[in-house]
Each structure stands twice: as C-alpha cells, then as structure tokens.
Design a binder for this molecule. Sequence first.
Ligand SMILES: *Cc1c(COP(=O)(O)O)cnc(C)c1O
Length: 455
Amino acid sequence: MPTNYRDIPSVSSVLEDERVKRLVSEYTHAAVLDVIRREIASAREAIRNGEGTGQMSDLVGAIEREASNRWRSWPVQVINATGVVLHTNLGRAPLSTEAISAMQTASAGYTDIELDLESGTRGSRQAHLSHILCQLTGAEAALAVNNNASAVLLGLTAVASGSEVIVSRGQAIEIGGGFRVPDVLSQSGVTLVEVGTTNKTYVRDYEEAINENTGALLVVHASNFRVTGFTDTPELRELVELGRSRNLPVLHDLGSGCLLDSSDFGLAHEPMPQESVAIGSGLAFFSGDKLLGGPQAGIMVGDGRLVSQASKHPLARAVRIDKVTLAGLVATLMHYVKDEVTEKIPIWAMLSQPRDVLDGRVQRWLEAIGQGELLIDGESTIGGGSLPGETLNTTLLGLRLDDPESFLALLRSSTPPVIARIQDQCVLLDPRTVLPQQDNQLIAAVQQSLAEQAG
Ligand SMILES: *Cc1c(COP(=O)(O)O)cnc(C)c1O
C-alpha cells in the first residue's frame, strides 16, 4: 500500500480522471481546482499521521464528497418535530401561503416599491406598510427595518444619542445571539443609567435618576426568561406618567410583536404592541418573525415625531428593510386586518391546533409506523424569545430505543431531515410543529430510520 508522498497523484493527473472531468463540466475549472488542491493537502496530512494511502480512487472520492457537500443547495427544508414553535435554529416563523406568494411576486420582477403609480413620482417604501401598522396598533406612525435589534438601535440612536437612558437593572439583559441591552445602548451613543436591583425596581428609582441629561426611559420585556418570587417592576403606565411629567419618552422593546392576546390560547399574556401604544409609550419595538408570524423584520410604532426622527436618521438607511421582506410583511399583516390569523398564519395555526386533531395525527403516525407509543402528557414550547416557560399540552409519539442519540442522527440525515428531541431516553415527535402536509414525509423518515437502525 503506497504511503509515500510521492504516491499522491499530481493535480494534472487528477484532472484527467473521468469523475473529476464531470465535476469540471458541472461547476468551473477554478472551483474544482480549489477542491483538488485542498484534498491533496489533506491526503498529505493523512499520510503524515499514518492514516492515508494517497491512492487516486480515495482522493477522487474525497473530492466528489467535498464538492457535493460544499455546493449543495442550502438551506434545505426540514421537518420540525421538536414542538418548539419559534425555533431560532430552524429559522423562526414559517410563512403563510399568501406571504410566500407576495415575496415571490416582489422578487420575480420589477415592482412599485418606491414609485407612486398615480403621479409617476418617487414614492415611499414605508407608506403602505405604515398605514396597516397604524391601523392595527393605533399608533400615529410606523417604520419597518431589518430586524428588531436594528429597530431598537435606530430608535435609541435617533431619539437619545448623547444623553442618558434609564433602565432597570432587571432589564439590562441579554436576549440571545449577542444582543445585550447595555451593548446596544453604548452602540447608540447613549449612556446607560441602571436603576433598582435585579429583582426589584420602583418608579422612585427612575424618578431619582432623572436629570437634565436624561433622554429617555427604556423598558425591555424579559422575553426569554422569567424572574419569579420577590420581585417588583413598575407598570408601563406608571413610567409613561413619570415620563410625561418630565417630558421624556418611554421606549419599549417588546420583543415578540404579539398582536393577538396570547391568553386566549391558554398561554400567559404576552405584552402587545397595541397595548404599549394605548398606554402611551413613545416608541414600541418588536420583531416580524416571532409571534407576529412573518418574515425577519423589526418594527417600531408610536409617536409621529419620534418615528419621523428615526426614519430621517442616517442609520435608517443602513438597516433598511428589503423589498421582498416588505412584501411578506404586508401580506402577513393583512391576515390580521382580515381576522384570519389562526387559519392562515402557520405559527398561530400551530398554537391553536385542537387536542383532538393532534391526537388524531399521532394515532395515524403510530398506525403507519407500527411502533412506539402515544403519549398524552407532552408539552410544546414557544421558543424564539417569546413567552418564556410557557407550554401547551400536546400529544407526542414516543419511541423507546436502545440508542436514541443515533436515531436522532438518522432522522437528521433523512430527506427531508427530521428534527426531534429526546426526553428520559425516549425519542419524542410533536405533531404541533410538523406542517400537516409533511405528515407522510415524517412517517417515511421514521420508518426508514427504524429500518436502518435495526439493520
Ligand atoms: C428577540 C428580541 C430582540 C431581537 O429581535 P430580532 O428581531 O431577533 O433582531 C430584541 N429585544 C427583545 C426583547 C427580543 O425578545
């Protein structure tokens, strides 16, 4: 067996191989050359470690694998059987048919995104969306940007840069993915003034911290954790009153953008943008792809003068929302206007799925798979920085297997991949987050993975 560097084929001889020639015709010479060079380098490395042979057939096999992995289409659709409705790693909210179709229309050709069709002059990319957002939330003005992190950054910068912003110590938090309230404040050119303690903050703490340099009061919803026990936080209403008396706006980061009352769905009440506006916050910020159920976006609604200040700030251009997202967002919001949210928006259809429907689906899975058990005490979670600790009762398919971890890996390698979870050594599949049209694919993936594990 050749284990010598001299036995490693040269680049030119690899290029003569029929399989490599096929790769060159599918991709480009330069792209394939790059992969060949890398694989030759790893073959050298392998020989140095006493692991490789440097044979042509091994080398070409490695080149093909690397090419098909590196240039595979991505991202692929996966089946979410975790029961986590807004799964950040799986891209948060799946979109409604109408939103998908609007996004396709916006991307396939030219659109009137910034053209007023009546006058033929330049139009605003925000105007149409802003009317709908104002109608839904009762706000004077609205602005959509790239995501909520940038909405908060823009709002703070435009309204309070160079001044002090007062935040409760219990709200100087990390939301996840590196979004930390103190860092966002410092990026906005704002001086953070923390008041109160981690568990208790009173209105008087804010009151005592206000001085001539104060620019705003900031309220951040604890969207991904819960503080329980000996705690106190002022009501938004009290802070708005305090702000009014001192001529200071309250900036309110809600996180999720829940436009429906979550308590109607057996969940805790998530703060709603329309409530924040009604109470009198100066600006309310929220995401497009959490409980709103739309594409990734950040929305600010509120006082006309403050929104206008934000929209004219140079940073607004840097965090501008793109036309495709805008189309999806408008289509998603129209489901709220038409009062058809639970029928049309997938995450709300999931959250409101009746138990008997979930039971029926698992029953069907079980019959088709012929293995496993129906577990009636399951819990689906919300995830994605919304309703922390809240769960919905669900029915699960449970599979007790010798090696649950390797079974999860088999499911992930299915086409389409299925993402499931393990609890107490049992593989659990939750129908709530599996789109109904994916049921048969899920059954096939489980059947095949069971056969592979057995064989
Ligand atoms: C999720 C969240 C953000 C960040 O929103 P993105 O849309 O992910 O940028 C900011 N603040 C709060 C309170 C959040 O929950």
